[in-house]
Design a protein around this ligand. Structure first.
Ligand code: FMN
Length: 475
């Protein structure tokens, strides 16, 4: 049923969703094997025109952001160790190009869409990282966000000269100091005054002595004298996304993130993460409850009717690559399922660690209680959207479900995956966005053309006063 509109054309009482497009600079992000579907062009991921077309389209239909995932090593656990063969046919997150280079070109052809780029605090040096993000935030006129991750693949660790990954919570301790270097102590926030570079042709001063300073950071993990080699970009600190839901990850997100991407198979599970994040942000870090946006992942397979959407899903599944799916599973969980027979139920066989991973995961999938979680079932389950939950149906069915997820979990919006690209985002624009708008659940107009990322979410370009990085601004 449609909701009555106010004078802005939006429902008076409803919070409007944030909608991001979840992508990766690779042929097979979360639907392994689908690169060869006739609608899909992700095999052209290495062409700039693929990305500029996508950005233009998403900008025109009103998506808030493009959220670009990234990894720094291949998924080589399945049939491993260190074996990439199973993921090659599917292009399953391999090959994967650097996402940051896409941003200036996409920014040049768009006005509003935000570019959320994943970068790891475990492997990129903070000084170089701060420079790269300042550079793109300048070029994109403030439409850049950083998705802060601590990484999870042994293959990445090995390629960065380590025998194995740095221990999980230690990665977050490194990330904490990394943030200190980046803004607190204080490349982005404290190395340059706002008026340090007047470009004054009369006095001959591009930048002014006394308004740019060293930061002289010496910590446990990093030694960075500074100064920041870039002048402040429109946002100074790029808008901060974060993904990671462990206890340490939640603590980190509650302190630093301005938007968090949480995972989970049911809205009830996601609510646990949302509540923990908001409670920690408010009680421990004194942040206003609306100063932390929370999003969950979702795959939408949508068509005019429920039947047509189901047919579309069946067609997608017929292109799925099960070896690629098991390859992704190996990378996400560290478990090599090739060591088991086809009919073993992983809730009950395997090492306790494997059982615990699969059970924790399978328990959260609705309707899975009576069914065995065999290798084949796990592979089938991952073919469309990977571990991200999927809604299949007509516009009414899909939007009813999105409303239900948001109202139970308390999320502010969704990172929407694609099964085919082009294809999935076009289906969302054709079927889902009009239904959302009818119900007052999606923006009806762009607030200010060319707004920075932080302006879009919080109405100002620089960090909010209750954000932990703000106390280190050089005033
Ligand atoms: C929804 C979601 C999306 C993520 N996307 C990425 C990504 O693109 N690249 C990456 O290296 N890690 C990604 N991560 C991993 C986390 O940033 C983190 O490194 C990992 O989950 C371990 O931390 P945790 O135990 O706190 O979750 C993602 C995690 C979640 C929950």
């Amino acid at each position: 049923m449609a909701t009555p509109n106010n004078s802005n054309g939006t429902a008076a009482s409803k919070k409007q969703f944030i909608l991001n497009a979840f992508v990766m600079n690779t042929p097979g992000h979360l639907s392994p094997g689908l690169w060869r579907h006739p609608r899909n062009k992700t095999a052209d991921y290495n062409k700039l025109s693929f990305w500029t077309s996508l950005a233009t389209y998403l900008d025109n239909v009103g998506f808030h952001a493009m959220f670009i995932a990234d990894v720094l090593g291949p998924y080589d656990v399945y049939k491993g160790p260190a074996n990439v063969d199973p993921i090659l046919a599917a292009g399953a997150q391999f090959p994967v190009n650097d996402p940051l280079y896409l941003v200036p070109a996409m920014a040049a052809v768009t006005k509003n869409i935000i570019f959320g780029v994943t970068a790891s605090t475990t492997y990129d040096a903070p000084y170089a990282h701060a420079r790269r993000f300042s550079t793109v935030d300048h070029l994109a006129e403030g439409r850049v966000a950083w998705n802060i991750v601590t990484s999870y693949l042994d293959s990445a660790a090995r390629n960065f000269g380590l025998d194995t990954q740095v221990e999980h919570d230690e990665r977050y301790r490194i990330a904490e100091e990394y943030m200190q270097v980046c803004y607190m102590v204080m490349l982005w926030e404290g190395s340059w005054k706002d008026d340090a570079a007047p470009r004054d042709t009369k006095t001959g001063q591009f930048a002014v002595a006394g308004k740019v300073r060293q930061i002289n950071h010496e910590g446990k993990y990093f030694k960075v004298p500074g100064p920041h080699i870039c002048e402040p970009s429109p946002q100074r600190t790029p808008f901060l996304f974060q993904a990671g839901t462990s206890k340490a990850g939640t603590e980190f997100g509650a302190k630093h993130a301005e938007a968090v991407f949480v995972g989970g198979q049911t809205p009830e599970k996601i609510k646990d993460s949302v509540d923990a994040l908001r409670k920690t942000a408010a009680e421990k870090y004194g942040r206003h409850h609306d100063h932390l946006k929370i999003l969950c992942g979702m795959t939408l397979v949508v068509d005019e009717t429920d039947e047509a959407a189901q047919k579309k899903l069946d067609d997608f599944l017929s292109y799925g690559d099960r070896e690629g799916a098991l390859g992704l599973f190996g990378g996400w969980t560290g478990v090599d399922l090739s060591k088991y027979t086809d009919d073993e139920d992983f809730r009950f066989v395997g090492t306790p660690a494997i059982q615990s991973i699969v059970k924790r995961w399978s328990d959260t999938v609705p309707g899975s209680e009576g069914l065995g979680w065999t290798k084949a079932r796990i592979a089938d389950f991952l073919l469309v959207g990977g571990m991200i939950p999927t809604i299949v149906g007509s516009p009414t069915t899909v939007v009813d479900e999105l409303e239900r997820w948001a109202s139970i979990s308390g999320v502010d919006g969704f990172n929407l995956t694609h099964v085919v690209n082009p294809g999935s985002f076009e289906d969302i624009a054709e079927f889902v966005i009009p239904e959302l708008r009818k119900r007052g659940l999606f923006k009806t107009a762009v607030k200010k053309e060319g707004a920075t990322a932080r302006e879009v979410f919080f109405g100002q370009s620089h960090l909010l006063d209750d954000h932990t990085g703000s106390q280190h601004k050089w005033k």
